[in-house]
Design a protein around this ligand. Structure first.
Ligand code: NIG
Length: 401
């Protein structure tokens, strides 16, 4: 077992149960885990020593919502939106055509490049989805690709999103027969989660229930895209199925907020223990890129709901893997404190992936996922928006950047 002392940390944001932020701190990493955290002056001996020379350190980002398997370009659609068009689900079909035409090698290269970008920006735990295949063979191909990358340790969680859009030219019910039948059968060994885009122009409540029920019967955990385009049944269905996360949540009724809050009754937020409810996944870059009202993260937190922040990297609504940008935006525009935004982008995402016992905070025994900023304090993420602040990254105890 080899140990490394990471020291001369000006500010260490732990996101631990006490929310400790230590100054003049050090961390000892043993193999892939954190073995010790405390004042630099008290640090034990280790095999290797790395000085971060007065920089800030925080947990690596947990990006709990991305769609990295895609090819093609939709910048013209984005440009039209910036000129006043509104976002509609139909654009998914454009990416689907381009993605189906890409070879295995090309798709793998594209996804690897996006993962590398994410890690270079401080992301150390990553969820990603299928959803631009929309045939049995293509969804299976994308799920296989992602499972291979998970095997290599490049991605952490794989989600099946066959119910992203009814492919152009297909009847909805007939397509769903495929989704809950041969498609699910082909992807279930590769995926840990089932997801549905439950919104206007995609799938309604009944169709969503059908897919989620089949996913649960196949042993998959539940997550959902909901309430992105307008108020609707997404949040209600997510709560009904005990979803780990419902993401987007731009358009919420009072009843939606109440229903989400009700799922957290058995959870102690301070210690992050108990029975977790349905996380509200906020996607600030997507909100800006679609000119949607920002998800009401402040209101959700005030109602006692765990919130996550994720990049939602995809070619239609959020073509970025930058969690630094999303955290800065949450502070600047969603009125989260820095501590709230950092927690949402680390532990919040981990809770939304039910991985909070392993990742999402800097605590002894957890995976050594560390993000070193080229700044003395984490508030620089919002104070200097858009600056290249990621200095170094350790992922599972290994220097990745
Ligand atoms: O999370 N909302 C559904 N899915 C993606 C967008 C997909 C696309 O437009 O290509 C999202 O925003």
């Amino acid at each position: 077992m080899r140990s490394t002392l990471i020291t001369d940390i000006a500010e260490l944001t732990t996101v631990d149960p006490e929310g400790r932020v230590l100054t003049d701190a050090a961390v000892v990493v043993e193999d892939e885990r954190i073995a010790w955290i405390g004042p630099a002056a008290d640090a034990p001996e280790a095999d290797d020593r790395v000085s971060v020379e007065g920089r800030a350190v925080l947990p690596g980002w947990v990006d709990s919502h991305t769609h990295l398997v895609f090819d093609g370009d939709r910048s013209a659609e984005f440009e039209a939106r910036m000129a006043g068009e509104s976002y509609a689900a139909g654009g998914i079909g454009v990416t689907t055509s381009a993605t189906r035409a890409a070879s295995d090698d090309r798709l793998a290269e594209l996804v690897r490049g996006r993962v590398a970008d994410a890690v270079a920006g401080g992301t150390t735990y990553l969820e990603t989805k299928t959803g631009y295949g929309l045939t049995v063979a293509e969804e299976a191909r994308h799920a296989r690709l992602l499972a291979g990358l998970r095997e290599e340790g490049l991605v952490d969680e794989v989600t099946f999103l066959g119910a992203h859009l009814v492919p152009p030219g297909r009847d909805a019910e007939d397509y769903l027969d495929d989704v809950v039948g041969p498609m699910l059968e082909a992807v279930r060994e590769h995926a840990g989660w089932v997801d549905v885009f439950c919104d206007t122009g995609a799938f309604d409540a009944e169709q969503t229930r059908r897919v989620l029920a089949a996913g649960v019967a196949a042993g998959l955990g539940v997550r959902l895209h909901g309430n992105q385009i307008e108020q609707g049944p997404g949040v209600g269905v997510a709560v009904e199925f005990g979803a780990a996360s419902v993401d987007h949540v731009n358009h919420l009724s009072d009843a939606d907020v109440e229903a989400l809050a009700g799922t957290w009754a058995g959870w102690d937020r301070a210690s992050a223990t108990g029975t977790p409810g349905t996380v509200a996944g906020c996607l600030p870059a997507c909100d800006l890129s679609t000119r949607a009202p920002l998800a009401p993260a402040r209101r959700l937190l005030d109602a006692g709901i765990e919130v996550s922040l994720a990049s939602n990297c995809n070619p239609g609504t959020s073509y970025t893997t930058s969690m630094n940008f999303n955290v800065g935006t949450a502070v600047l525009q969603m009125h989260l404190t820095l501590a709230e935004a950092v927690r949402a982008a680390t532990l919040g995402g981990a809770i939304g992936l039910r991985a909070q016992d392993r990742v999402g905070s800097l605590e002894v025994g957890k995976r050594a996922d560390l993000h070193v900023l080229d700044a003395p304090a984490a508030i620089h993420l919002a104070y200097r928006p858009g600056m290249p602040l990621t200095h170094a990254v350790w992922r599972a105890g290994r220097r990745a950047v």
